[in-house]
Design a protein around this ligand. Structure first.
Ligand SMILES: C[S@@+](CC[C@H](N)C(=O)[O-])C[C@H]1O[C@@H](n2cnc3c(N)ncnc32)[C@H](O)[C@@H]1O
Length: 274
């Protein structure tokens, strides 16, 4: 496998480019700051070989989580696998942001954000960047850091575009971590593909594309997650569940492809009840 393959952190550039391609739908006017020529080639290839509706799908995902966070008004937003998403700049300036991703992603993002702010392209925000690999041993050290930063403030944990790349073991470990971190009344926002999608033409194309073009991750397989994973969590209630189709309806997004060809991602909001 050559270094011409997509590295895991580059998927974050791809996601941001999708968001920048329809700012009205994503409500993200800052995503274009991450556009670059290498990613543009991948995006074109991906839209052609996997699914041309991925721009709308990613814009709607951003729109959904942005509006849920605006509505639920947590004091702290903790974004796991934050990539180059721009929520801190799209939300009110009184929120505290903690962005967690692989070290190379957060250090690059931190440096570039500083640069963009110096150039007047981004407003000032209260952001803490933490480098962590979710497939490594991170629990105690990260918990200590987050508890110090968060105190007893209310929190929203966001994990979007990440679980596909993780193993089930690492996913369960993360949700157990969220439980230890959060208080009753706090929220989790999560995005994942349902197991049933695996038998669709769209997933077959995604699977082929990832196996051909991407550097392999820790996950033995590309992960999908059954609804029961969220519904049967005894510490959190599933209070909102959407997908590409329901959000398209809400925001008048015209669906052009037949269902079988769409990578229908599902979006879940959980509320801690204990
Ligand atoms: C497709 S991007 C999504 C980024 C962001 N959540 C968004 O929606 O714009 C996936 C992100 O997950 C991060 N990621 C994947 N595996 C990870 C791991 N084992 N540890 C930490 N971060 C990881 C990548 O570095 C990347 O930033």
């Amino acid at each position: 496998m050559s270094n011409l393959n997509i590295q895991i952190h580059e998927t974050a550039f791809v996601t941001s480019t999708f968001r920048s391609l329809n700012e009205d739908l994503s409500r993200d006017m800052y995503a274009q700051l991450w556009d670059n020529s290498r990613t543009a080639i991948w995006v074109e290839k991906y839209l052609d070989q996997v699914c041309s509706e991925e721009v709308s799908a990613h814009c709607l995902r951003n729109r959904f989580f942005l509006e849920e966070i605006e509505r639920l008004k947590p004091e702290v937003l903790i974004n796991f696998g934050s990539g180059f998403s721009m929520y801190p700049f799209l939300l009110n300036d009184d929120m505290i942001h903690i962005e967690i991703d692989k070290e190379e992603v957060v250090s690059y993002k931190q440096e570039m954000v500083k640069e963009f702010q110096k150039e007047g392209k981004l407003p000032e925000r209260n952001i803490h960047f933490i480098g962590v690999d979710f497939s490594q041993d991170y629990v105690d050290a990260l918990l200590e850091k987050l508890i110090l930063l968060k105190g007893n403030k209310s929190s929203f944990v966001l994990i979007e575009g990440v679980l596909f790349f993780l193993s089930r073991k690492d996913t369960e470990k993360l949700f157990e971590f969220f439980f230890r971190l959060q208080e009753k009344g706090d929220y989790i926002g999560s995005a994942s593909f349902q197991n049933e999608l695996k038998s669709s033409k769209a997933f077959e194309k995604l699977f082929d594309f990832c196996n051909r073009e991407m550097v392999k991750t820790e996950a033995s397989d590309w992960q999908t997650i059954e609804d029961e994973f969220y519904k049967e969590n005894t510490s959190y209630d599933l209070i909102n569940h959407q997908d590409y189709f329901s959000l398209s309806k809400k925001h008048n997004n015209l669906i052009k492809l037949e269902k079988e060809l769409i990578l229908n991602e599902n979006f879940y909001i959980l509320k801690k009840i204990v």
